[in-house]
Design a protein around this ligand. Structure first.
Ligand code: GDP
Ligand code: MN
Length: 451
């Protein structure tokens, strides 16, 4: 009985996170993606966060899916090593080449590189010869691109996509997302493409069309036509748009997408529609049945701490605060974060070590927390049920022996084997501050950190 209950709590982590998110306590740092709220069919809020874990892929990979489904994209080549750049650029016909840094963040066009050797231009560059295209690709590879979405440290560019260039008549915005309020798939379209949709939503919301698709009647030509008219398309472009909307919708549902964003969708000088940029995110809970998506997983794009945690099956999410938390059970982890906030500080992470954590797992969790430079203090809060307090204590002692302890540590243990847990900590002669209950623990760690 208890086992089942525990399983349910652990599996409901996404919902708990949403609940806390609504109180604006923290954002999920991993896998940024656009999410939004609809009210009376109007977009009332755009956020660069999402409630579920999303697996993102690169633009060139998303375009491969678009190509597979028959959506209009240009020919391109991916370059992983500098010496491949020349051949790749040479395989494409000019007269224009576009060189695009592949990172899991938007705003590349307006971004800047940290290293001078990358040149002054941003992460999307135009070239008029194959040799210049190759040179630009070489300049970007291995360098660090900073955009509005990467944060000030930026992201290292490990892959560059060289694409055929084209002449743009106009740029639009088209996206498919999950509307969480109605649990429906929704479209968002705007004439104002190529720029921040968040900005359009804030300043000129009337220029955004959005609607949800009724799952019972499904998608029909009418939806595509509505988008085509909103974009101001004419003649055969309307037909092209209807087909594109159907194609994207099919891809979205078949591949378990969370979001699919084409920004910009363009009208070329010749008057045809083209997907010039594409961002796709997928529901990570569906990855067991999406091998093609999983094959596109790029580990180098993940927060290394979250990656390490996932290898040890720890529920870990890095946050912006200063107090590292090690807790068992998602509910207790949420309560711990809330109480830290209540006493005037911010949690540095969400960490649920789970029900049956081993000493090794606890050691690993402790290592991950201490490797976070923002952590000014650690709060271990364990309610031993299935998890035994002595196991947690052994893990903590072992971890501190291995890596040392440079910040204050408050430990609150309660439940199964609590006495032997406390004894292990006391006998270890570690500099641990003991706490009697949850608020005592939170007060003590906040006081220790604030000095
Ligand atoms: P983002 O900045 O990360 O969203 O990257 P995008 O792929 O959206 O590129 C940014 C901008 O570069 C686009 O809005 C276009 O204006 C421009 N761009 C991208 N590809 C081409 C192209 O083939 N030709 C031209 N002329 N401009 C392009
Ligand atoms: Mn874009």
């Amino acid at each position: 009985m208890i086992t089942i209950l525990f399983f349910v709590i652990t599996k409901s982590i996404n919902f708990l996170i949403i609940a806390s998110q609504e109180k604006k306590y923290f954002k999920i740092s991993l896998n940024m993606s656009v999410s939004f709220r609809l009210k009376d069919s109007k977009v009332v809020e755009f956020q660069n966060i999402s409630g579920t874990r999303i697996m993102n892929i690169h633009e060139y990979q998303a375009k491969q899916f678009l190509r597979d489904y028959g959506a209009p994209v240009l020919d391109g080549r991916i370059v992983l090593r500098a010496e491949e750049a020349k051949t790749a650029a040479g395989e494409l016909d000019g007269p224009l080449w576009v060189i695009k840094a592949q990172i899991h963040a938007g705003g590349r066009g307006k971004g800047t590189f940290i290293e001078e050797s990358a040149g002054k231009k941003g992460g999307v560059r135009l070239a008029e010869s194959a040799s210049d295209a190759a040179e630009q690709a070489q300049k970007m590879l291995g360098r660090t691109l900073v955009t509005k979405q990467t944060g000030p440290t930026g992201k290292q560019v490990g892959r560059v996509y060289i694409e055929e260039g084209c002449e743009i008549e106009s740029e639009f915005y088209l996206a498919i997302l999950i509307d969480r309020a109605t649990s429906r798939i929704a479209f968002v379209a705007s004439k104002d493409g190529g720029m921040d949709i968040e900005e359009v939503a804030a300043k000129t919301p009337e220029r955004i069309l959005s609607f949800a698709v009724d799952p019972a009647s499904g998608l029909s030509g009418f939806h595509g036509r509505r988008i085509a008219f909103a974009l101001g398309l004419k003649g055969k472009q309307i037909k092209e748009c209807v087909k594109l909307v159907q194609t994207l919708f099919q891809l979205f549902t078949e591949k378990d997408c969370e979001m699919l964003e084409i920004n910009p969708l363009i009208l070329t000088k010749e008057g045809t529609l083209l997907c010039l940029d594409c961002k796709m995110g997928f529901d990570s809970n569906a990855m067991y049945r999406q091998p093609a998506v999983l094959a596109f997983h790029d580990e180098t794009e993940e927060d290394p701490k979250e990656l390490a945690a996932s290898k040890f099956d720890l529920n870990y999410i890095a946050l912006d605060g200063e107090i590292g938390c090690m807790v068992n059970g998602a509910g207790l982890a949420m309560a711990t974060m809330d109480i830290i906030k209540l006493f005037g500080s911010e949690p540095a992470n969400f960490l649920d070590v789970g029900g049956g954590a081993t000493k090794e797992k606890v050691t690993e969790a402790f290592k991950i927390i201490t490797s976070d430079k923002n952590v000014k203090g650690i709060l271990v809060n364990i309610f031993g049920g299935i998890m035994r307090c002595d196991v947690i204590a052994e893990g903590v002692v072992e971890a501190v022996r291995n890596i040392g302890l440079k910040v204050p540590l408050v430990v609150r243990l309660e439940g199964t084997n609590v006495d032997s847990g406390k004894k292990i900590i006391n006998d270890s002669k570690l500099n641990v501050i003991a706490a009697d209950n949850l608020s005592d623990a939170a007060r003590k760690i906040v006081a220790a950190v604030k000095g």
